[in-house]
Design a protein around this ligand. Sequence first.
Ligand SMILES: Cc1cc2nc3c(=O)[nH]c(=O)nc-3n(C[C@H](O)[C@H](O)[C@H](O)COP(=O)(O)O)c2cc1C
Ligand code: SF4
Ligand code: SF4
Length: 221
Amino acid sequence: MIGVFYPVWGSDIPDSIREKMNQMKDGGGKKIFLVGDCAVFTGDTGMHWKKILKKKGYDAFYVDHLTMPININIPGWNLWKVPDKDKQDKLFAEAESRLKELCSSVLEGKRKNDGTSPFSRFFGWFQRMGLEAFTNYAKKFFMCDSNKCTRCGLCYRVCPQNNITIDEDKGAVSGTDCILCMKCYNLCPVSAVLVDKGSSDVKRYRRYKGPGRGINPVEYR
Ligand SMILES: Cc1cc2nc3c(=O)[nH]c(=O)nc-3n(C[C@H](O)[C@H](O)[C@H](O)COP(=O)(O)O)c2cc1C
Ligand code: SF4
Ligand code: SF4
């Protein structure tokens, strides 16, 4: 049995996971379960991938999602804010208990289809249409406050795209391969990664550090 866990991004999955899923072939009826983590709305993310995996011969028998804190907190996007510590802890505890239920259901072989309503399907499709254009547009705004940046290299190490270089004069420099994961923005210890000058107000634009409240679990290089 295979399990795929992914963050929901614009009712789709990040490029690196998509690449892996696209490489999967000849399922031969192998069982697979799909679990997304999202902040607000998963749309039909899992069902979209269930369809693709079915064509490859997999039995995606269990599709579900968990709710986690939002990881985007930027000027101009004021609808959602990274919640405070108490609210985050509540969400982590709820997710953990849902995860236990989910694991039991998967092990018992129960079936679940999450995101099948016409609204989920329409909204999912709609979001997927715009995701690439939005990413290409938004990634241009990433910048580094070279006065604040300590050149510690953390953003370089956590970037899943190897998109950041550290320049002695400019500090962290973002290249053209950003997928907008927000790791550099959220995890920089001195909040030197900005999307515009306003985002240096860290009280207003709180950074999301994840359940480990640090760089765990993944440091890429
Ligand atoms: C590029 C991008 C797109 C996102 N799209 C969605 C979305 O469509 N729906 C949603 O509920 N959350 C969305 N989110 C929020 C994340 O899925 C959510 O904050 C995530 O589950 C946080 O947990 P993690 O970073 O620990 O995986 C998006 C986040 C990013 C960075
Ligand atoms: S994590 Fe922050 S301080 Fe460290 S190099 Fe990157 S931008 Fe500079
Ligand atoms: S948001 Fe930062 S860490 Fe994420 S892909 Fe872009 S440059 Fe890399």
